[in-house]
Design a protein around this ligand. Structure first.
Ligand code: GLN
Length: 228
């Protein structure tokens, strides 16, 4: 049996996909640390519940399976709360409002409305809300394990556009002056932390920590620290 401070119940294992800046990304002095807005939030949740935080980096597409098989206790991955996902996991109260955005090459002036997206070749992140939405416009959707790879495909001229979450898209645009944001108004999406439906105790703790962070100013401090 495990003893001391490493007993399973003393550790909060959080799964993420650390390719979604500024919510989660690889960085730090050593260049191999997982950092970001979501990571700071789960650090606080671990502290509030007296647990040691362990962050596991995995494919976005495998997070829900990992949660439901008990490999991880929580998902913190800028994950949008959707009815389909709510069928298999329990989401916290929403903690961030986002939207999908369209990114193209800078010289592309063909996109003025959502109708102009029909028949275009999209690059997306596998299993993301962008992936699901892209399929409503076209059958030409190439899905990658990270948004970064989708952006690369666009940069290399292999696809017409990328459909991705607003804040990570802004992050990529800053580093890629040859790409641009197309102004289209999609519905808002709300990010939630996800836990197993069998863990209502943890869900309560998560929502209590989120509430406290919102009322004591630390949530706003994180927004200032991470958002453009
Ligand atoms: N918010 C999007 C989703 O839930 C993308 C999240 C991500 O790529 N990490 O599908």
């Amino acid at each position: 049996a495990l003893t001391g401070c490493n007993k399973k119940e003393d550790v909060l294992v959080v799964g993420t996909n650390a390719a979604f800046p500024p919510f989660e990304y690889i960085g730090g002095a050593s260049g191999d640390e997982i950092k970001g807005f979501d990571i700071d939030i789960v650090k606080q949740i671990a502290e509030d519940s007296g647990k040691t935080l362990k962050v596991e980096n995995m494919k976005f597409d495998s997070l829900i399976v990992a949660l439901n098989s008990g490999k991880i206790d929580m998902i913190a991955a800028g994950m949008t709360i959707t009815p389909e996902r709510q069928a298999s996991v329990a989401f916290s109260d929403p903690y961030y409002e986002a939207t999908q955005v369209v990114i193209t090459q800078k010289q592309d002036d063909q996109i003025h409305s959502v109708d102009d997206l029909k028949g275009k070749h999209f690059a997306v992140q596998l299993g993301s809300t962008g992936d699901i939405m892209a399929k409503t416009f076209t059958e030409q959707v190439t899905a990658f394990n990270t948004g970064f790879e989708a952006m690369m495909e666009l940069k290399n001229g292999k696809v017409d556009l990328v459909l991705f979450d607003s804040e990570p898209a802004a992050n990529h645009l800053q580093k890629n002056p040859n790409l641009k944001l197309q102004k289209l108004n999609f519905d808002p999406e709300y990010y939630g932390l996800a836990v197993s439906k069998d863990n209502p105790e943890l869900l309560k703790q998560v929502n209590a920590s989120l509430d406290a962070m919102k009322s004591n100013g630390s949530y706003d401090a994180l927004i200032t620290k991470y958002m453009k």
